[in-house]
Design a protein around this ligand. Sequence first.
Ligand SMILES: *Cc1c(COP(=O)(O)O)cnc(C)c1O
Length: 425
Amino acid sequence: MHFENSLTFAQNLDAQDALGKYREAFHFPKVNGKQTIYFTGNSLGLQPKNSQGFVDAIMEDWRNLAVEGHFYAEKPWWDYHERLIPSLAKVVGGKPEEVSVMNTLTVNLHMLMVSFYRPTKQRYKILCEEKAFPSDQYMLKSQLKVHGLDPDEALIEVKKPEGKHHWETSDFINAIEQAGDELALVLIGGVNYYNGQVLDMQRITEAGQRVGAKVGWDLAHAAGNVVLNLHDWNVDFAAWCSYKYMNSGPGNASGIFVHERHLNQPDIPRFEGWWGTKKETRFLMAPEFDPTPTADAWQLSNPPVLALAPYLAALELFEEVGMEALIQKRDVITAYLEFILTEIDAQTPGNFEIITPKDRGCQLSVLLHGQGRPLFDYLMKAGVIVDWREPNVIRLAPAPFYCSYEDMFRFGQILKAGILETYGK
Ligand SMILES: *Cc1c(COP(=O)(O)O)cnc(C)c1O
């Protein structure tokens, strides 16, 4: 596609953008009274304007109905989470019965490992990517320790090729084949949080299952960002948070996927609670756990309805727009951002490089050469909200729901001024 680094060109793209009107559906933070250029939808999505009404409705029902709200609120609380499932199942490519909402991401990965990481003397190793998101590293190592295993021996961390900033699919497949029948579990971030790389989840899932391992995915940076077909890819399980690309609000509830072949299995090991029992008989308060035949069987507690309200509001927007349209715009706006970065690099050469490979969603990670922190500070002061990852990477995510092409052009101008001020060339 042909691009130009000009305001009129960017504004023309905005004028033709079918999703352009959704910018108005979100609240943007301001810096010095001016709307920011928001690149951190991969960390915390903006607040959809419709979400306040959803939260207010719960507060009002609680005020007016108190306990009766569980059954008589306009959207009753006891099965409130079910309202999220149809849209959410579409976002991740699962059947509705394979998807549920509960807890938070790290909690859910632990809970799912209870079911799907069952080490034996022969088969006990876990494979993940090197420098996985810290919470995932802590989770995997602590699970190994709970089972009396030594993480130094039992955790395989797949390295990037020497001198490279990204993996090849073969790096994972080779490591999986090498671990062979010692491998119990593959659990990787589907979209890497640091370099923005989208892994070939289908092929890696196949490779893991071929050697007899279970395969799960942490989809924190994937849900609402990339095409997911968890059911068709035959993924064993997955979990994701909702506050990044899905705009549900800070620390909000996580989603899980459990493939249908694992549903309704009476002897699957699992930590259980009353919200995992069949709805029809739950309030009989029977002593025996009678699991729902869906991923809801992994639910423990009655759902945090106040948290689910803005999540439901955010999902209404996903339902309206659809992943296909989002991904179409994502590809163009990310390519336009890449073009702008290349232009600025040509004008002020040698200060940075993009380390995100072509297999990407909505994120470009930029490695700053030399001392980058002053440039990051400059951008933030100028109203460009980006994030910093040690030692010297800035992550830029032009979330297609609310970022404009004009944002990308303006960012380029600010970046150039910032480079001239902080690097001096
Ligand atoms: C954001 C993120 C998390 C966050 O975990 P929480 O339990 O929601 O705090 C976990 N894993 C990855 C890969 C992430 O990007």
